[in-house]
Design a protein around this ligand. Structure first.
Ligand code: ZN
Length: 444
């Protein structure tokens, strides 16, 4: 009876494989912030969860931005003076700078070099580069390949198109008992990179699947969007819906070997922020809590000052702090089923706290009620939780407040509340009814 909502038992082996298989299936596709690769990726997700696919026309103004032209690519390569293909988009979609304009021509090595990107410190890796909002073109290649190029004339072909089309995104709303929503957002605009972004996408998809099969108090809104412009477009087109968002998380970089980390919302002490700290401490595993900063993934948009939504970010090693970040080494071996399963469990633990949090009123507050007569005495640990809940259930303190104050695991506190409510000793309060006497409100 302890966890009433989002009561999901994770089978780590099965869930990890489910997510890793999805990452593998999405990995080869060339995605960008718009285009057919994004659509194909949503189609694959749609085979697992009932996504709605939305399109926003190129040129649509969204706050201070404009939805860009749609980018698609068919072929891109560089041939050396002997006519040998030295860089080919078909070998890796990272080879082409995303949003490269069409090019067909011959270039001397020095002129070509202006358009080549490498990582001298990791000579075997291909970097990932984009040129979304500045017209240009380029190729990314292992530094080793660059060093092997000889003087002479190089032939370049980029058969791409930048045309009026649409920005595409996927959305799924799962109605819960309340209209208030939990927002789960993941960006899906990177090509063959596993941790950033496919791990977050597959975790979000799995959460959606699990939430569909369990009882949820909140409604859940899942967004699979292109980074930055997608979040801005969604906010711009859904401004009236934003007020319904009670809690939210951005998921990205959740499959690597680092410890689980949570970045606070701009509010810093929103219920989701406190739930994350509490739930992660209860796991006994090492974890990181990062303060809000205005750089990162789409929490930047959800936490922009006009919205200031209670949206935190879930990652393992923060982006940019692992050498494989935005390189070809962020591949399928960098992300493991075990780490994905661990991220799922911890994300669920956080969401279970907000799902099951609430405030109650003790209906027998004069002295302690006689628990033995009602047969609800059990173990000493459970009794401790019962006494805390009875003492602090004044319509003002929430179960999370009580768990924090009592230093008890949230599920023990919520289990005690459920038991007391069953025996008519507690009544749930929808709105806080804090005693007017400020002395009645504990401070800690
Ligand atoms: Zn990225």
């Amino acid at each position: 009876m302890s966890r009433r909502y989002l009561d999901i038992a994770v089978d780590r082996g099965e869930a990890g494989e489910w997510m890793h298989t999805l990452v593998k299936e999405l990995y080869p596709i060339c995605r960008s912030i718009t285009g057919d690769g994004f659509r194909r990726s949503l189609q694959i997700l749609g085979e697992r969860i009932p996504l709605s696919v939305r399109e926003v026309a190129s040129g649509t103004p969204v706050f201070d931005w404009t939805v860009p032209r749609e980018w698609n690519v068919r072929e891109a390569w560089v041939k050396d003076p002997a006519g040998r293909t030295v860089v080919d988009f078909r070998d890796s979609n990272l080879h082409l700078v995303s949003y490269s304009v069409p090019v067909r021509g011959k270039f001397s090595l020095p002129a070509l070099r202006e358009h080549l990107h490498t990582l001298p410190e990791h000579p075997g890796w291909i970097p990932y580069r984009t040129s979304y909002y500045r017209e240009g073109w380029g190729f990314c290649l292992p530094h080793r390949t660059l060093e092997s190029l000889t003087e002479g004339e190089y032939e370049v072909l980029i058969d791409s198109s930048l045309e009026k089309g649409a920005l595409t995104y996927g959305e799924l709303l799962l109605p819960g008992e309340l209209e208030e929503e939990v927002l789960v957002s993941a960006h899906l605009c990177h090509p063959s990179l596993a941790n950033d972004n496919l791990s977050g996408v597959s975790l979000a998809a799995r959460l959606a699947r699990d939430a569909m099969e369990s009882r949820c108090r909140f409604s859940y809104r899942f967004l699979f969007i292109p980074g930055t412009i997608g979040a801005i477009a969604w906010l711009s087109l859904n401004e009236e819906r934003v007020a319904k968002i009670r809690h939210g998380v951005v998921l990205s970089g959740v499959g690597d070997g680092g410890k689980f980390s949570y970045k606070r919302s701009r509010r810093g002490n929103a219920e989701i922020d406190r739930a994350a700290c509490h739930a992660l401490a209860a796991t006994g595993d090492p974890f990181g809590i990062l303060d809000f900063h205005p750089y990162g993934y789409d929490e930047r948009q959800y936490c922009s000052p006009a919205f200031n939504l209670p949206v935190g970010r879930i990652s393992r090693t923060p982006f940019g702090e692992y050498p494989q970040y935005h390189t070809s080494a962020d591949d399928l071996s960098f992300v493991t089923a075990g780490q994905l399963a661990d991220s799922l469990e911890k994300t669920l633990a956080i969401l279970k706290v907000v799902e099951n949090n609430g405030r109650f009123v003790n209906l027998a507050p004069k002295g302690e009620p006689q628990l033995g007569r009602r047969g609800i005495y059990s173990s000493p640990e459970q009794n401790e939780a019962l006494l805390w809940v009875l003492n602090l259930s004044d319509g003002c303190h929430t179960l999370l407040d009580i768990a924090e104050k009592a230093r008890l695991p949230f599920d023990r506190v919520s289990g005690a509340a459920a038991l007391l409510a069953e025996h008519g000793l507690l009544r749930e309060e929808k709105e806080p009814t804090c005693p007017s006497d400020s002395a009645a409100r504990l401070s800690w």
